[in-house]
Each structure stands twice: as structure tokens, then as C-alpha cells.
Write a protein that binds this ligand. Structure first.
Ligand code: IVH
Length: 670
């Protein structure tokens, strides 16, 4: 491809991708599949690699990240990033209104109410329409330059949507993780045996400080803008600003409202107190702002906060109580979670006795000591959290909390890997909560789905020395069960039927049920699709494992560690003997043949006899797998017309067979 064509193709792709991105993120109305979108993006990335002179700073390729920042540069905020005064009652809001009225004398004024988004404040600078810098608030004067990370946030435009962009603007807003994204992330972490993250805000703040922007891209953060500073254009009101910002494609939450009086402001706060709980992001109050810019200048700022705005905080239900002790719970992977035992206290209608402390870092962050008085709050989670220590009432004699060095359940010495927040008990096969935790994982709905059994039954069976690993379940006899507390004929039979039924479940469920660290449901499916048989997975060495699609270093290491343990192999052999599924079963109803089983394809270009989607469906129909990027793990590239040249080069460099559609058809007929 010559330079001119490359340039025009890049520009065309950029505009197409931006168009589809907007349909997806601003209008929630996509026209093309995610896969096709990714293909366009990949084509663009490949072209940019070949012609780096046409890699423009607003290219959508920046969305996927990839920049590694060693440490963030410090930038100075031209205008300090202030904070807001807080109010907690209608009375305090009325007092604020009185101060405003006094400050503005005779003139009429109005307010704009917005929700107070509970995320991380950022500043973004656009020059001539182009996003050139994004920074954290820092101390208000100086923040960290996190431009690469902010560019991965899909609803933040890299270029303003206007023919005549202003020379320079600064916008400010809040970055947050949608609650749905947060929940999914935590589910995946638990599935993989990692520890759950505390809440969306901390996760957002941690994510924005990550050094690898491709990890940030995967975290699916979002943003709302609420402030505009513009040099070369007079704007009169906040409402006008919001309209301008929207017209440039910047994300404004539609929840704001113009209020003519403080009574309307109060009505807004009442209206949103419950409504906000249905949104997919956390809010902790309302921000009340004077609408007119001229009034804002007149009122000015104190050193800390503007006089023309105030936050109205919804009462987070909180209470004060005393820490009685800390228990340390051991999870199925051996992770130790500290839990605070509190003097019982009433909070939001229930008596609270415990609060999660997550890990040693959290205890340190809170500066928690034995016998401290603490404030607790109820967030989205079931267990409330400790927000802070009441330092004033700390007993003089109080001692710092000492994190245990040995397992509270089995006394084995705990380990804590370099840089990890979590302590682990390494005694996998002798530590009761780990053993029972693994059993509970094995029988759960997403795994072997033995619903005639619960954690209580596991405990009972374990304590009666009947089971200590999943294989023991399949040796249970009705005589053994019927003698247990609360078991009768009917319940005994139910239990055994449930266990027997699990033998029919497909291999991927069994593999997931084994509870190998980092092998969640999706990873188990990938492994089964690629290797097909447990022996192939057991025998695979590191190289073979990481050459499977989407299997990386961490998972490969974990698989090797798991299968290198004699005790695990023994359990697998017994489960096999009991009749559980350890190889993938071709889905007869859908696939014609399995001739492409274990083979991985990339489809690229335009074809004569198929649409791209048809071709992909065809591959899957024959048991093959379609992925989107060229890597050493690939078996074939099916190339049509206009296949990206750099893709082709990459495939050739990796010695991957490039075949045309006719050759592909032959492949499926052998
Ligand atoms: S206006 C002087 N509007 O709340 C700061 N702030 O406690 C004026 N925040 O640092 C900011 N939602 O991070 C404004 N709709 C909103 C907001 C909002 C959340 C945050 C912001 C600010 C903090 C002040």
C-alpha cells in the first residue's frame, strides 16, 4: 500500500470507528457487532504500525492502551482544583441560600442541581479540539499526568466534535466505574480465587494509577463532565456550558436540573434521594451551583471552596461502636480475610456485629488499634464497612493490631507474596476451611450444581470423616449418610441422586469445579476448547499452555503448580473412575464435523463466496475457534481481498499458514 492510500484508509477507518463508538457509548444503539468493531480497530492499529507517521494523537487506537508509564509526571493546575463545602440538612441548605442572597444583593439568581458522583476528580485539557492532557486532582495545585489512562475511557472524546474547536478548554469531571462493571470484576476475581475489591470508588482510583494503560482499558471506566473553563468565548450560564459540552461530544449526566429557587433545590434533593439508588453509578449527594457565571465571579472562592456552590450529602447510614476483636477467616484458596467483631449496634434497621476489613493494608490505612471506637457505614455491600477510627476516644493503653503470622485454623506459617495485599495459608490439604471451601466451590451452581447439598452438609460430612475432597463424594453410600444428623431415607436418596446427576455435566464444568486458581468459568471453557482432554492439559508444558488462546503466564503457572501435586492427580483419577466427564464432547446438534477441532483462525479481508460472519460461523460449525489478533498461537489466517498488509507480514513472520477461501473450504471437506 502506498503512503497516500494508507493515509486515506487510516482517516476513513478513524472516522468509521468514531462513528460506531459514538453509536455505542453515547447513543447505546450500535449498528455493527463488537467483533466487527474490533476488526476495524485492529486494521487501523496494523496500518499505524506500518505507517507510524500517520498515527495521529486522536486515533481511536489509543483506546486499547498499551502505554506503560514508569511514574507519572506532575502537572500544575492552571486553576486550582478546589473542594466543596458540605451540608447535611434542608436547614443548612437554606442557610447557604441566605448567604448567596446576601452576597448578590438585589439581583435575581438561579441554581443548577447535579448529582454528586462518587468517583475520582480529573481535569482534561483540549487544545484546538484535541485531548492533550489529563490529570488527577492531587493536592489541588499539582496532580499526576494520567493522559494515557484517561484516553482509554471510551466516553471521553479524543477530539471534540466540532469544525471550529476553541483554542483551549479545560474540563473537569468525575471518573467512575459503573456498578455493573464493578460487580462483574469482583465476580471474576472471586471465581479465580482472588479477593474481592472494596468498592467502585477505590477501584477507580487504583485503576487510574495503574502503569499499564491496557489494563486500564479493560476495566471499562466511565466519566461525567461538570465544569468547563474556556478562554476565548464568553458563556453566561452553567446550562449553556452543559449544552456546549454536550455538543462537543463530552459526557454530561442527563440528571441535572435548573432550579429557580432554593425550594426547587430541596425538591430535587428529595426526588433523587431514592432515585439515585437505581443508577448504575454511585452518588453520595447533590451539588448545588449558581447558574449565572457573572454571579459566580461576584461571590468568588474561599481558599478551599467556591462560595457559589455547595454539596448536599445524603446521610449515609452510619453508627459509632467499639471494636471487640478481629477474626481471621480462611477462604478456599487459603486467602486470609480479617473481619472486625463489633459491639452490636443498630444501623439502617439491622443490628450490626461485624465489618469486613479486607486485608492487612486496610487495617493499616484505617490505623486501627485494639479497643478502638470506629464509625461504620452501610454501602452497597451486605457487610458494612468501617469508615474511620474515632481517634479522640482511643484508649491510652490501646495496642496496634498485629496481623497473625500463622494460620488461625491450622497454625501453618502464613505467606505474603511480594507486593501482594493478601496473606495466604499454604497448607492446602490440611487446613479445614480450605478443604471445605473447595468442596463448597465444587458443588456450587456454576460448577457441579449439586443442589441437594449445601455448606452445612459438607461440614457434616467433613466432620464425620466421610469427605475431604470432591472425589470422596462419589464414594458415599446411603448407609453412611442415613446415620448422620437430620438425614432420613428421602433426603439421603436426594443427596445421592444429586451427586450422581453431576456426572453428566460437561468437562468445562468439571475443570472449573476443581477450583484451580485463576481458572474461572471462561478460562475453563478456553482450555477445554483448545486441549479437549484432561490428559492433554496435564501433559502440556508451559510453552504449550501459553500458546493456547487467551491463556497467559499467570494461568499457566497455576495449572502447572496444580497438576504437579500428586494429591490433585489422585483426585482427578478417582473422579474419572467415578464417571465424571474429562473430555470435551462435540455438540452433535450443531456441528457437522469436528475437522477443525483445536484449530484457531483469524479471518481478515473481503471474500467472494462468504460474508465474514458466514465464514466465522463455518469455522465454529466445524469445531474451530475464531480469534481477532495474529499471534503465535494461531493455526490459520483465512485471507480475503484487502487483507491488512501488516497483518499479513506478522502472520508470515510467525510462519502461520495463510489460506484463501477456496483452500478453507477444502480444509473443511477433508
Ligand atoms: S463541581 C470546586 N459537580 O465533589 C469543585 N463536583 O467535594 C466544584 N463532584 O472535587 C466541583 N460530582 O470531585 C462538581 N456534579 C458535580 C460533582 C462534583 C462529584 C466531586 C468533585 C469535587 C468534589 C468536591
Amino acid at each position: 500500500m502506498d503512503k497516500e492510500t494508507a493515509k486515506s484508509t487510516i482517516l476513513q477507518l478513524t472516522s468509521d470507528i468514531n462513528y460506531h463508538n459514538e453509536l455505542y457509548y453515547q447513543k447505546s444503539n450500535p449498528e455493527i457487532s463488537d467483533f466487527d468493531f474490533d476488526m476495524m480497530l485492529e486494521k487501523l492499529i496494523a496500518l499505524e504500525e506500518k505507517f507510524p507517521e500517520f498515527r495521529f494523537p486522536d486515533s481511536p487506537s489509543q483506546r486499547v492502551g498499551g502505554t506503560i508509564t514508569k511514574s507519572f509526571n506532575t502537572v500544575r493546575h492552571q486553576i486550582p482544583m478546589l473542594s466543596l463545602g458540605n451540608t447535611y440538612s434542608p436547614q443548612e441548605l437554606s442557610d447557604f441560600d441566605k448567604r448567596i442572597a446576601k452576597g448578590l444583593g438585589e439581583s435575581t439568581y438561579s441554581y443548577v442541581c447535579e448529582l454528586k458522583f462518587d468517583g475520582v476528580a480529573i481535569s482534561i485539557i483540549y487544545e484546538n479540539g484535541l485531548l492533550v492532557q489529563a490529570a488527577t486532582r492531587g493536592d489541588g495545585q499539582y496532580g499526576d499526568d494520567i493522559t494515557a489512562n484517561i484516553k482509554t475511557i471510551r466516553n471521553i472524546p479524543l477530539r471534540l466534535k466540532t469544525e471550529q474547536p476553541p483554542a483551549k478548554i479545560e474540563v473537569r469531571g468525575e471518573v467512575f466505574m459503573p456498578i455493573s462493571v464493578f460487580k462483574k470484576l469482583n465476580e471474576e476475581r472471586l471465581e479465580q480465587g482472588s479477593v474481592a475489591l472494596a468498592n467502585p470508588r477505590n477501584t477507580t482510583s487504583g485503576t487510574l494509577k495503574m502503569q499499564d494503560s491496557s489494563v486500564v482499558a479493560a476495566r471499562k471506566l466511565s466519566c461525567f463532565i461538570y465544569t468547563l473553563y474556556i478562554d476565548d468565548q464568553e458563556t453566561n450560564t452553567h446550562l449553556e456550558n452543559n449544552k456546549l459540552l454536550s455538543s462537543w461530544g463530552l459526557p454530561i449526566s442527563p440528571t441535572y436540573q435548573h432550579c429557580a429557587s432554593i425550594n426547587e433545590v430541596l425538591a430535587y434533593t428529595t426526588e433523587w434521594e431514592q432515585k439515585r439508588l437505581k443508577l448504575d453509578f454511585d452518588t453520595d449527594g447533590v451539588v448545588v451551583k449558581i447558574n449565572e457565571m457573572a454571579h459566580r465571579s461576584l461571590l468568588g472562592n474561599t481558599s478551599k471552596s467556591p462560595r457559589w456552590a455547595i454539596a448536599y450529602k445524603y446521610k449515609a447510614e452510619h453508627a459509632r461502636t467499639q471494636l471487640e476483636s478481629i477474626s481471621y477467616q480462611v477462604g478456599r484458596t487459603g486467602a486470609i480475610t480479617p473481619v472486625a467483631n463489633l459491639k452490636p449496634v443498630l444501623l439502617a434497621g439491622t443490628t450490626v456485629k461485624r465489618a469486613s476489613l479486607h486485608n492487612a493494608n486496610e487495617i493499616e490505612r484505617l490505623n486501627l488499634r485494639e479497643d478502638d471506637y470506629v464509625f461504620i457505614e452501610k454501602g452497597g455491600e451486605i457487610i458494612p464497612k468501617i469508615t474511620r477510627v474515632d481517634l479522640q476516644s482511643r484508649p491510652k493503653s490501646s495496642k496496634p493490631v498485629e496481623f497473625p503470622t500463622t494460620c488461625p485454623e491450622c497454625s501453618t506459617k502464613l505467606i505474603r507474596a511480594e507486593g501482594e495485599a493478601v496473606h495466604y495459608c499454604p497448607n492446602e490439604n490440611g487446613c479445614p476451611p480450605q478443604i471445605m471451601g473447595r468442596m463448597a466451590h465444587f458443588i456450587q451452581r456454576n460448577a457441579m450444581d449439586i443442589d441437594s447439598m449445601g455448606e452445612q452438609t459438607i461440614k457434616l460430612l467433613y466432620e464425620n470423616n466421610l469427605v475431604k475432597n470432591p472425589a470422596d463424594l462419589y464414594d458415599l453410600t446411603s448407609n453412611q449418610i442415613i446415620n448422620l444428623d437430620n438425614f432420613k431415607e428421602r433426603s439421603t436418596e436426594n443427596l445421592l441422586v444429586g451427586i450422581a446427576a453431576s456426572k453428566e455435566l460437561p468437562f468445562e464444568r468439571v475443570l472449573y469445579a476443581l477450583g484451580i486458581r485463576f481458572v474461572g468459568r471462561t478460562v475453563a471453557e478456553r482450555l477445554v476448547a483448545h486441549f479437549g482432554h484432561i490428559d492433554a492439559i496435564i501433559q502440556a508444558d508451559y510453552e504449550e499452555l501459553i500458546s493456547a488462546p487467551e491463556i497467559g503466564d499467570k494461568i499457566a503457572q497455576s495449572l502447572i503448580a496444580y497438576f504437579s501435586q500428586e494429591s490433585n492427580i489422585k483426585i482427578i483419577n478417582r473422579l474419572r473412575a467415578a464417571g465424571l466427564q474429562f473430555e470435551s464432547q462435540p455438540d452433535e446438534s450443531e456441528s457437522t464435523t469436528q475437522v477443525l477441532k483445536g484449530k484457531t483462525f483469524v479471518v481478515s479481508g473481503v471474500f467472494k463466496n462468504f460474508s465474514r460472519d458466514e465464514l466465522k460461523a463455518n469455522i465454529k460449525l466445524h469445531g474451530g475457534k475464531v480469534v481477532s489478533s495474529i499471534s503465535a498461537k494461531l493455526d490459520y489466517v483465512v485471507a480475503g481481498d484487502n487483507m491488512g498488509p501488516s497483518k499479513k507480514e506478522k502472520a508470515m513472520a510467525l510462519n502461520i499458514s495463510i489460506i484463501n477461501e477456496d483452500e478453507f473450504v477444502k480444509l473443511t471437506q477433508t
